[in-house]
Design a protein around this ligand. Structure first.
Ligand SMILES: C[S@@+](CC[C@H](N)C(=O)[O-])C[C@H]1O[C@@H](n2cnc3c(N)ncnc32)[C@H](O)[C@@H]1O
Length: 216
């Protein structure tokens, strides 16, 4: 007999580190502190998120994905490493971003190698679109950061165009283009694979500008 199938909703009932929610959790209560909130969208197998949480105990990390194998893997690693500053949300960020966080609540958002959907008829499935960038700008606090990486040249240029058009984000590259490398951040699984294959990676980093206040 195979293992009984346990739904993610059932796992969520027993594992406080896993959330299958349809309303905003009170993040400071959940983490037991008000440390900066850093979100990784589409963590895959979770290598980047785990390394970040281990190296930055003074920040709280949230990962969201719907990839079952990756979720099971990261939940085991969180337990084994006894990481307290990480929570996993099940689901599609496009449906959940509006309620998961309050305006200005996020410190940083990481999006590493979002699915590029290269076929023309699938392009509409891409995550990075003006409407989604608007959500990110709303949820990031002043001086917050969005950090992205992709190997897809086409998608990279699309991301650049959309992000550069959002007035609340400032491109951190001197020429308002791509960064060649990313210092001080662990490499995700896809990133390592592309580096080993000698592929070019396009990195983007944006600063969420604070609203301009008038002197009067
Ligand atoms: C190409 S993989 C990259 C995985 C990992 N970030 C890396 O760099 O190794 C993309 C991941 O994003 C997840 N994903 C795609 N669309 C998503 C969405 N709308 N919301 C949450 N996760 C998403 C997929 O399930 C997959 O795990």
């Amino acid at each position: 007999m195979g293992k009984p199938l346990i739904s993610f909703a059932q796992i969520a009932e027993h594992d406080p580190f896993f959330l299958d929610v349809d309303e905003r959790p009170d993040w400071p209560t959940l983490f037991g502190n008000s440390n900066p909130l850093k979100l990784e969208i589409g963590f895959g197998m979770g290598n980047f998120l785990i390394e970040m949480a281990a190296k930055e105990p003074g920040s709280n990390f949230i990962g969201i994905d719907f990839y079952h194998k990756g979720i099971r893997k990261i939940m085991t690693r969180i337990k084994n490493l006894q990481l307290e500053n990480i929570r996993i949300v099940y689901g599609d960020i496009r449906n959940k971003i509006s309620y998961l966080f309050q305006e200005g609540e996020l410190d940083t958002v990481y999006i590493n190698f979002p699915d590029p959907w290269p076929k023309k008829r699938h392009i509409k499935r891409r995550l990075i679109k003006p409407e989604f960038i608007n959500h990110l700008a709303n949820k990031l606090g002043p001086e917050g950061k969005a950090s992205l990486a992709t190997d897809s040249e086409r998608y990279a240029h699309e991301m650049l165009e959309y992000f550069n058009s959002e007035m609340r984000f400032q491109n951190m590259d001197d020429n308002f283009g791509f960064l060649k490398e990313r210092m001080d951040l662990p490499k995700s699984k896809y990133e390592k694979n592309y580096i080993n294959a000698g592929e070019k990676i396009f990195y983007l980093e944006y600063l969420r500008l604070a609203p301009v206040t008038s002197a009067t």
